[in-house]
Ligand binder design. Structure first.
Ligand code: ZN
Length: 378
């Protein structure tokens, strides 16, 4: 049986619901320790992170694989045809929570690293695997903790390959070279509560909020660019009034999420929202602004070339490079100056019931990772 499939099964059978690692990282390290890798643990607030390394960064580039061992909850387990933590195999597919996002990728990375060290025991540079158990959760004590330590210690990797499931129709048809930013904002408008029959005595914040949303939800913020789709604003919650049918609300609140392209930096976005409020002569407001991810983008370079060549060699096609999808932990590594690209399995079943991955794709993914890292480090 395939080494990648074996390991993917062992990982899925550990129910590592975020931020619980359930011993996945130790299992991975036990395999890599036998190949001469060493480990640094970064454990904080119930989140397990580890950096597993082989080689000497003084002698060549550092190539990092980045992955996560945590998974999203399975939801109602009785609705799964294949139990989420049983790792059942059927008709060429491996089923289970995390099969595609991203225990399959982690298994492929581990076997690629074992093979690299087997075939090139004296390789220049440093091969690394960074794992976190808090990618699917708030990510507060996850990859960012290790990224900060690496930055503080001047040990920034040159290249980072993230195993997020980027593929759309066939393995390796899409790789991500960046992601839009994500901003969570809330706007609170205060007014004067009163009787609905006495309009002149009230200051209705719901009407002001409606006016604001009429503009903010229709505006075309930017056109995006060659690599990024246009920025978007989506309302996630809306709240005002409800005291009685004849009482106006004292407060109206909206929460929204913005996905911003680099052409619309977050600070500029905020100024534009404030300008809309000014234009509407809304003064009594509070705009809370939380940037959960800045947009990032890796220029075409050694990493995109190595990955494209590896995909051509193994799969017979080069991936389309784009920036679609949500954000990923690549957002913590890219600001260090590292080239970051994401390539992983098909993403059509992630976070769903009966999540699965094609078994053949696991070995192909391992071969792509192996070949890309080989091209970068030798
Ligand atoms: Zn993931």
């Amino acid at each position: 049986m395939s080494r990648v499939l074996d390991l993917a099964i062992a990982l899925i059978r550990r129910p590592s619901i975020t931020p619980d690692d359930s011993g996945c990282q130790q299992l991975v390290f036990d395999l890599l320790e036998a190949s001469g890798f060493s480990i640094e643990w970064y454990i904080q607030e119930g989140v397990s992170n580890c950096l597993i390394s082989h080689g000497d960064p003084e002698t060549g580039p550092t190539v990092m694989f980045l992955g996560h061992t945590d998974v999203v909850p399975p939801g109602d387990e009785s609705s799964w045809k294949y139990p989420p933590f049983a790792a059942e195999v059927n008709a060429g597919y491996l089923y289970g929570r995390g099969a595609a996002d991203m225990k399959g990728s982690v298994a492929a990375m581990v076997v690629a690293l074992q093979r690299l060290v087997e075939e090139y025991p004296e390789h220049p540079g440093c091969l690394q695997l960074l794992l976190t158990s808090d990618e699917e959760g708030p990510a507060k004590y996850g990859t960012c903790v290790v990224a900060k330590a690496l930055s503080d210690q001047a040990r920034v990797p040159d290249y980072c390959l993230v195993g997020e499931p980027s593929s759309s129709s066939v393995l390796g048809d899409v790789a991500r070279v960046g992601r839009r930013g994500s901003i969570n904002a809330s706007l609170r408008i205060d007014g004067i509560q009163g009787h609905t029959a006495f309009a002149e005595q009230v200051d209705n914040p719901a009407h002001k909020l409606a006016a604001f949303l009429a503009v903010a939800t229709k505006l075309r913020w930017d056109a995006g660019d060659d690599l990024f789709p246009p920025s978007t604003l989506q309302v996630s919650a809306l709240n005002a009034g409800g005291i009685a049918t004849n009482v106006t609300p004292a407060v109206a609140e909206v929460k929204f999420n913005i996905r911003n392209a680099p052409v619309s930096p977050q600070a500029e976005f905020k100024l534009r929202l404030e300008a809309i409020l000014d234009d509407l002569e809304i003064a009594n407001y509070q705009l809370d602004w939380h940037v959960s991810a800045e947009p990032f983008y890796t220029q075409a370079g050694e990493l995109t070339t190595a990955l494209s060549e590896a995909c051509m060699a193994v799969l017979g096609h080069a991936p389309e490079l784009n920036t679609g999808g949500g954000t990923s932990d690549g957002r913590f590594i890219a600001p260090l100056g590292t080239q970051v690209v994401e390539l992983g399995p098909l993403n059509h079943s992630i976070h769903k019931i009966d999540e699965h991955v094609a078994i053949a794709d696991l070995d192909l993914l391992m071969a792509v990772y192996f070949d890309a890292a080989r091209r970068l480090i030798l």
